[in-house]
Ligand binder design. Structure first.
Ligand code: GA4
Length: 382
């Protein structure tokens, strides 16, 4: 097992009221991109308003979620077990993590959605359509945010991140979490001395997450190892954007257009690397294996070297009378994409923090670890 969850954040009940940044996407683009970069650096989470996703698309998918979780247990089990995709109850991942929730985890590939919908809904075609419409809309929003990140970082190729989640081979995921009210929350009971957890503390492994919940609270973030948890107020009409580990490390292959680059894989400089990158862009959707020794395969990616925060967050068990339901889109690159620090974020004062790795490698590390483990530590150089 890798790492251990930050002890300061374990079982902590201390909370602090801190405003989560709100970014109005209808403002002037240069202001918005600056605000987003600042929020990514300081919080790793922000709320977006004027996001352009139609309410009808959101409420239709919410309706599907409510309908699914409202079914008898036996019917829901038809969509399970979650290994990792499908329906799961209380068990999270493959290594013994538990939480007070049930969930549905789906790959966003349209074929995969269509195949799964049979076991999810009595009207599978409706479910497929509704899920695909939502995925397309939030992918568009995620892409817009990523383009703004690139602009805010003054990266000439502004689609450098969004290209990854728009790739047909993108490994993105759609998740529904349903937190039914937990009755046994008597303040004198032993269980209640420790915080009851809906979904334990973790950071998201992907590039970024677009989260939408109904109006029942539960989400919290932990900004420093000071044991303080900050509640994130629910807002059903807006989305929260959460920075994932891959973006914390990553800014991608815009270096194609420049000459003095260091290959993140073999440390060679200049044209040789550019040629490899150009080749890899063309080959981006192949399944060729990434070979750290000869620098072949995969799409060249370069990262923020830890400049962004991939915020640790959790959901408390639901103490309200109503159910909490959240829907998350986790934007991920293709499995063979290489994640590695971008030379422009690396200097003698700011040495490279991580060795290059593929998204597939990172995902494997995630699934062989516990929820709260710090998986990025496995790839740290120092
Ligand atoms: C956290 C983010 C996403 O919900 C998720 C989760 C995944 C799962 O529930 O199957 C993981 C978790 C998440 C990270 C560590 C591993 C894998 C549970 C777990 C213990 C779907 C993801 O991609 O990583």
């Amino acid at each position: 097992m890798v790492g251990v969850p930050s002890p300061a954040c374990l079982r902590a009940k201390k909370t602090r009221a801190v405003g989560i940044p709100v970014v109005d996407l209808s403002l002037d683009r240069s202001i918005v991109s600056e605000l987003i970069v600042k929020a990514c650096e300081e919080y790793g989470i922000f709320k977006v308003m004027n996001h352009g996703v139609h309410w009808e698309i959101i409420s239709r998918l919410e309706g599907e979620g409510v309908q699914f979780f409202g079914k008898p247990a036996g019917d829901k089990q038809r969509a399970g077990p979650a290994n990792p995709f499908g329906y799961g109850v209380k068990n999270i991942g493959l290594n013994g993590d538990k939480g007070e929730l049930e969930y549905l985890l789906l790959h966003t590939n349209p074929f995969s959605i269509a195949e799964r919908s049979e076991s999810i809904s009595n009207q599978p075609q409706n479910f497929t359509c509704t899920a695909n419409d939502y995925i397309e809309a939030v992918k568009e929003l995620a892409s817009e945010v990523l383009d703004l990140v690139a602009e805010g970082l003054s990266i000439p190729d502004k689609h450098v991140f969004s290209r990854q989640i728009k790739d047909v081979q993108s490994d993105s995921i759609l998740r529904f979490n349903h937190y039914p009210p937990v009755k046994n929350q008597d303040p004198s009971s032993k269980a209640c001395k420790e915080t009851q957890i809906g979904f334990g503390e973790h950071s998201d492994p992907q590039i970024l997450t677009i989260l939408r919940s109904n109006d029942v609270a539960g989400l919290e973030i932990c900004l420093q190892d000071d044991g303080f948890w900050i509640p994130v107020p629910p807002d059903p009409t807006q989305f929260y954007v959460i920075i994932g580990d891959a973006l914390r490390v990553s800014v991608l292959n815009h270096l194609l257009s420049t000459n003095s680059v260091i290959c993140p894989v073999c440390n060679q400089t200049t044209q040789t690397y550019n040629a490899v990158l150009e080749y890899n862009v063309i080959m981006a959707s192949t399944t060729e294996a990434y070979n750290p020794n000869n620098c072949s395969g995969g799409i060249g990616q370069v990262l923020t070297n830890g400049r962004f925060v991939s915020v640790r967050h959790r959901a408390l068990a639901n103490s309200s009378r109503n159910s909490r339901m959240s829907m998350m889109y986790f934007g991920a690159p293709p499995l063979n994409a290489i994640i590695s620090p971008l030379p422009q974020f690396v200097s003698p004062q700011n040495p490279r923090l991580y060795r290059p790795f593929t998204w597939g490698e990172y995902k494997k590390a995630a699934y062989t670890s516990r929820l709260g483990d710090c998986r990025l530590d496995l790839f740290k150089l120092h």
